[in-house]
Design a protein around this ligand. Structure first.
Ligand SMILES: *Cc1c(COP(=O)(O)O)cnc(C)c1O
Length: 354
């Protein structure tokens, strides 16, 4: 397959690096590729960023047959641009595709297309501290049809957005609310796929948490509402005594690449890290006995996000004096130093773009 490139005639003006929000600005170009049953994936092209025109009956608008990814391109101090474990994102994209009955993409081709798009948009990769170019690949079902089945046609596209910090709090502890009123996902459902339905399922709980003064929801398992799962757009880690614990992947938790990186770094450093079931009761007891040292979220958007407060029922616990703990700090620094090329890459995680 040959990738064609059509350049935009007029370029947008670039934003000020220092005041980037998250996900509001988009670059001049995008990648598009189509699928039908006859030709398979075909017509890969980089072209000017533009609106889609689509039939109001387009299937993904009705039944949510879609998958997406989220990763970032980083500018190093020497001005180069690099990606962090992009192969993992593309592999996960294909795993999500399998769950949503979407045809898989060629992984090498997708990575190459992504790199070419970023190379074309290199002036959009910001250089202020903690900024990056967010990359959003998406695959959507395109048949104009109201019956329920998987679509015969799809669009795979990639858009790019220069971003600053995800949380307005920055690298400061966030407050999270454990909900018993709603569940995000159940085993056998789509919780481990990166698909819009999981976000749709999480919105109401998220809004109620916001109203109560909390940044995010900490989800319990969908069966017994007893075991900790994740934080909606981040995986979750607990430091109890000297052990770093994250819930094991059970089918309803999204297998985060930041999560995986924390676990692999812990192993590399010879630290005690476990993937295991952990209940909300164990967490509350660990806090009561003074053993709960830290809690932090892990995800591409915020990398590591320390948690300063957790509310469960009518109990509110404060963790690490609502300060950033040493473990969160250490993993944040190690991962971001690799991402921004400030440190060696002992794990082979970096893929250069230019
Ligand atoms: C994307 C995502 C994460 C984090 O995954 P990363 O690969 O680390 O960015 C965690 N939970 C959910 C629900 C997600 O969609």
């Amino acid at each position: 397959m040959e990738l064609t490139i059509k350049r935009a005639e007029k370029l947008k003006s670039k934003p000020d690096d220092a005041n980037l929000g998250f996900g509001t600005l988009f670059t001049d170009h995008m990648f598009n590729m189509d699928y039908d049953t006859e030709k398979g994936w075909h017509s890969p092209r980089i072209e000017p960023y533009a609106h889609f025109e689509m039939d109001p009956a387009t299937m993904f608008l009705h039944y949510g047959q879609a998958v997406f990814e989220g990763l970032k391109a980083y500018r190093t101090e020497s001005g180069n641009i690099q990606l962090f474990r992009p192969q993992e994102n593309i592999k996960r994209l294909n795993r999500s595709c399998r769950r949503l009955c979407i045809p898989e993409v060629d992984e090498d081709f997708a990575l190459d297309a992504m790199k070419q798009l970023i190379a074309l948009e290199q002036d959009w990769v910001p250089s202020a501290p903690e900024t990056s170019l967010y990359i959003r690949p998406n695959i959507i079902a395109m048949d104009p049809f109201l019956g329920v089945r998987s679509s015969y046609t799809y669009r795979f596209y990639i858009i790019l957005s220069p971003v600053g910090v995800y949380y307005p709090e920055g690298f400061n502890p966030v407050k999270i609310l454990v909900t018993s009123d709603y569940v995000r996902a159940v085993r056998g459902g789509v919780g481990e796929a990166k698909t819009p339905a999981n976000y749709a399922a999480s919105l109401l709980a998220g809004e109620e948490a916001h109203k109560a003064g909390y940044t995010q929801v900490l989800w319990l398992d969908g069966v017994e509402q007893k075991y900790l799962e994740e934080v909606g757009s981040m995986n979750i880690f607990f430091v109890i005594d000297d052990e770093i614990i994250t819930p094991e992947l059970n089918g309803s938790i999204l297998p985060g690449i930041t999560r995986k990186s924390v676990l692999e770094l812990a192993k590399h450093w010879g630290e005690k890290a476990s993937e295991r079931q952990i209940s909300i009761d164990e967490l509350m007891n660990a806090h009561a006995s003074g053993k709960l040292k830290e809690v932090f979220g892990a995800g591409t958007a915020a990398v590591i996000s320390p948690v300063g407060q957790i509310k469960y029922g009518d109990k509110v616990i404060t963790i690490a004096d609502n300060q950033v703990g040493p473990v969160a700090k250490k993993y944040y620094k190690a991962i971001t130093d690799i991402q921004y090329g400030k440190a060696e890459d002992p794990m082979g995680w970096i893929v250069p773009v230019s």
